[in-house]
Design a protein around this ligand. Structure first.
Ligand code: ADP
Length: 642
């Protein structure tokens, strides 16, 4: 800089001398010679053709030329300037006498045979003689290429920096996980993305730029800030899973949350940790639902234990069987004794074993519910234990094979009671049958005699006795059937017959005793079945008498016999009181009756449908009902056709 200044002062003085006393002291050539030695880039032009009168070495080297250009018009000496502004500017200076200067100006110059861009600070000074006429133009220039390029580079760098900062902030903003940056020892929230703001449940302007403990002082009560401090002090990451945290909403309500969070140190330009990047995931819902599942499981475990339920789990594919301790106990195993499914099956009594194995198979293959009562023989005590086993196939969850599992309850006591009760009912019913038969015979004899004597009173009284005796014997037969059913002593005597004919017969029989209702039966094509005619007759008669019993007088009863899906289907439709949905599943249980003020005066023991269902099931058929309370019911059964 010093050199440039001195040269400039020197050249200014020189020019002054040139204009006044040059001729006396130094010749123009001498001056130009000195000039050319200047280390400063300087040139002198004359005329409006911009003839180069002199050029310092530095200027010549800027142009990438040699001494031979002296005396030539600039345009010719440095032809690449032709299309640039400089020649025009110089001509303007010459013509107007007004100096011109500019900084950081780019110029294209051919140096070393290569057109290159340089930058200059330059000045075209109009030098005039004492009369004010243009004398020459003094051109001084400074190559500032390096500085300009450095500036450009820095500007570029800053631009890039700004762009990447912008990009970073876009990325931070677009991350769907709540995230914030807490700056310095006060943990000022410098940045918080949208999900974090909504987790805070605050307006951005209320949190951004604020110390977090000012917004949520309750975090300090929970010493959470100590973790951030630790990140600042140690530069280590901190990670917590499902941490219980409470914060207050802006209206002061306490919000209890479970958060999984990660604190990450951020460094300043000196490599010192000055901020904490926190990512937080709100896992409250997951934790709460898991907790409620755990609670439910706990309750279930309690329930299972308190009723002494045995449980098992069986892999549907590998058939690996895992019994609970209680299940092993029910089957008579010691806790450390191994128990397999085949072992368990062997303990089932002979008459039930096949049925149990088949039911398990059907449950696993078809996913049907498994619910059976059967006797087993205790492993060591060899005594009969009755159990109720119920199970279900659970479809596979992701990564888990489907499994068949369920519960086993020891029902020996109840079962033995039931069996005793059945035996008793069976015995009593059987004993009642003999006197009832003779009662019936004598009644019929007396009735015949009354008819012969035209004794109207006796005829009417004896007819009533006969009807009551018939009712009683039907009832007793019912009990006898139940007891036979329960002890497995009911046998089917199958034969080929037409179901539609049987339906007509039973309707006719029923109508003999009933005048209160109209029974319609649409004619149909013969439907042959192979079944126990008496027992199926019993089922039809039972459905008909229920339809009569449970619907008001003079209402229609519609009976149909159809062939549907290759099954013989009978339906009995009434317009009676109907059945509430909650009772429908229980209708076919033994001794079940709907208790209501409508039914309390209707006699019955709740065994008709149970017996009917057992008969149909034993035929491989189905029985069911559609009903709407207050509107009526339709009972159906279907049998395979022969
Ligand atoms: P019972 O008629 O002797 O009580 P059932 O086994 O035949 O025994 O019927 C069981 C119960 O089902 C009845 O007590 C009654 O509540 C209900 N039920 C049967 N059939 C009908 C029907 N057609 N309409 C309304 N309820 C019926």
């Amino acid at each position: 800089m010093y050199v440039i200044l001195t040269v400039r002062i020197y050249s200014d003085n020189l020019i002054k001398k040139m204009s006044k006393t040059a001729a006396h002291r130094l010749s123009s050539d001498e001056l130009l010679e000195i000039f050319s030695l200047s280390e400063n880039a300087t040139a002198v032009y004359t005329t409006d053709e911009i003839i180069i009168q002199a050029a310092s070495k530095a200027m010549i080297s800027y142009w990438g030329k040699d001494q031979s250009i002296i005396g030539k018009p600039l345009e010719e000496a440095v032809p690449e300037l032709k299309n640039q502004e400089f020649i025009g500017l110089l001509k303007n200076v010459w013509n107007t006498g007004i100096s011109y200067e500019a900084k950081d100006t780019p110029a294209l110059l051919r140096v070393n045979d290569k057109l290159q861009e340089f930058y200059y600070d330059f000045k075209y000074r109009a030098i005039k003689d004492s009369s004010g006429e243009m004398y020459c133009i003094l051109h001084t220039a400074n190559d500032v290429t390096e500085r300009v390029k450095r500036d450009q580079f820095e500007r570029g760098l800053i631009g890039k920096l700004e762009a990447s900062e912008k990009r970073l902030s876009t990325i931070l903003r677009s991350i769907p996980i709540p995230l914030c940056i807490m700056q310095g020892p006060e943990f000022i929230i410098e940045f918080a993305n949208e999900p974090m703001i909504s987790l805070f449940q605050r307006y951005p302007e209320d949190v951004i730029g604020e110390p977090i403990l000012k917004v949520f002082p309750e975090l300090a009560e929970q010493t959470i800030n100590e973790d951030w401090q630790e990140v600042l002090n140690t530069g280590r990451n901190i990670h917590y899973e499902e941490d219980p945290v409470y914060i207050y909403s802006s209206t002061g309500e306490k919000r209890s949350l479970y958060l999984t969070y990660h604190y990450h140190p951020l460094l300043d330009t000196n490599g010192i940790v000055d901020a904490v990047l926190a990512t937080v995931i709100d896992v409250t819902e997951q934790v709460k639902s898991r907790m409620s599942i755990e609670r439910a499981e706990e309750m279930l475990r309690h329930a299972v234990n308190s009723v002494e339920l045995g449980t098992w789990h069986m892999d549907a594919v590998t058939r690996k069987f895992i019994p609970s301790q209680r299940l092993k106990e029910i089957f008579g195993y010691q806790p450390d004794e191994e128990m397999t499914f085949d072992d368990a099956l062997k303990q089932v009594t002979d008459e039930y074993r096949e049925k149990v194995a088949e039911a398990v198979e059907v449950a696993i293959q078809k996913g049907e519910n498994y619910d059976l009562e059967y006797p087993i023989i205790g492993l060591h005590d060899k005594r009969i234990h009755w159990i109720r086993a119920a199970g279900k196939l659970y479809a596979s969850e992701e990564g888990m094979p489907s499994h068949f599992s369920g519960t086993v309850l020891d029902i020996t006591e109840r079962k033995l009671d039931e069996l005793r009760k059945n035996d008793f009912i069976g015995m009593v019913s059987h004993e009642l049958k003999t006197p009832l038969t003779s009662l019936k015979a004598y009644t019929q004899m007396l009735l015949a005699r009354g008819k012969k004597n035209n004794d109207d009173f006796n005829i009417s009284a004896l007819s009533k006795i006969e009807r009551q005796v018939n009712k009683m014997s039907a009832m007793i037969n019912g009990f006898l059937n139940v007891s036979r059913l329960e002890s497995g002593k009911i046998y089917l005597e199958k034969q080929n017959f037409n179901l539609d004919e049987l339906v007509s017969e039973i309707i006719e029989e029923t109508m003999l005793f009933t005048s209160s209702h109209t029974i319609t039966f649409a004619p149909c094509a013969p439907i042959p079945v192979y079944a126990d005619r008496d027992k199926i007759g019993h089922v039809i008669s039972n459905l008909l008498s229920n339809a009569i019993k449970y619907s008001p007088k003079r209402r229609d009863i519609e009976v149909k016999c159809e062939l549907i899906d290759n099954c013989a289907q009978v339906s009995v439709k009434d317009e009676g009181m109907g059945i509430k949905p909650q009772f429908i599943d229980r209708l076919f249980e033994p001794y079940f009756r709907v208790e209501s003020h409508h039914t309390q005066h209707i006699s019955g023991f709740g065994i008709g449908l149970y017996i009917s269902a057992e008969i149909i099931k034993r035929h491989g058929g189905k029985i069911w009902v559609n009903s709407e309370s207050g509107k009526g019911s339709t009972f159906f059964f279907s049998l395979p056709v022969s």
